[in-house]
Write a protein that binds this ligand. Structure first.
Ligand SMILES: O=c1[nH]cnc2c(O)c(F)c(-c3ccc(F)cc3)c(-c3ccc(F)cc3)c12
Ligand SMILES: [Mg+2]
Length: 215
């Protein structure tokens, strides 16, 4: 059967990037996104903002909700020390399979714990099954309608501590208004919006919300 878009991106990476070189993998995905087919990767413009947050936070324990093709997982893991524990969760089995190959091509499979499941099932298991005490950083990029559900699950499962940094994608496009409202007004976070560009677009606006848990 014909290849999916995600498989086409993976093939382009395998044929144009250098195995074991994460930056060349990111560059290939971005080139494909700009020049050939749009895809919902975080992308180079918003990616540079996330890079800065990861470098500033230097997390030892990190969680990503929404792996998709593995682009942001590679983006994050390339900045983490070998000692860091980084889990990424993807619900869609086909996307998870592409991500696994993308992550392996980048040579980061030893730095990324890939989980294929519903985040609502995984979050309550992080302490017991994944030996997490608390999270230093979280990147939310799965499905706008469950952003609030999942950050509340992180709270009730005692996975956040004073200073935990929670970053969320797509605050403008397609938009996560309930999430933005929650983190900005519930009193539990110091939240800032970082305006940027929609992935692989010169015109559309998007942005990341960075919310620091007050503990
Ligand atoms: O679902 C997502 N998860 C994570 N990141 C995403 C992202 O970075 C995006 F840019 C979009 C997006 C936004 C606008 C648009 F026109 C197309 C796709 C989506 C998305 C939104 C609604 C859908 F029906 C399907 C995909 C997502
Ligand atoms: Mg996104």
């Amino acid at each position: 059967s014909a290849m999916s878009k995600e498989q086409r991106v993976l093939q382009y990476v395998q044929q144009n990037a250098s195995r074991g070189d994460p930056d060349s993998v990111l560059a290939a995905v971005d080139k494909f996104g700009w020049e050939t087919e749009w895809a919902m990767n975080l992308g180079d413009v918003k990616g540079a903002i996330l890079d800065r947050f990861v470098k500033e936070t230097a997390p030892q324990t990190m969680l990503e909700l929404g792996t998709y093709m593995g682009y942001s997982a590679i983006r994050i893991a390339r900045l983490l020390p070998e000692t860091a524990k980084f889990m990424t969760v993807e619900f869609d089995q086909e996307n998870a399979a592409v991500a696994r190959e993308m992550i392996e091509f980048a040579g980061l499979q030893n730095r990324i714990i890939q989980i294929t499941s519903d985040t609502a099932d995984v979050i309550p298991q992080l302490k017991t099954k994944y030996d997490v005490e608390t999270l230093d950083m979280v990147f939310i990029d799965h499905w706008k309608d469950v952003y609030v559900r999942d950050i509340k699950l992180l709270e009730t499962n005692k996975l956040l501590r004073k200073g935990t940094v929670v970053v969320a994608d797509n605050i403008i496009k397609p938009g996560a208004p309930e999430y933005a409202e929650y983190v900005r007004t519930c009193g539990k976070y110091d939240s800032t919006f970082h305006e940027s560009r929609f992935e692989y677009s010169n015109d559309d606006i998007d942005g990341l919300e960075k919310s620091v848990f007050r503990g």
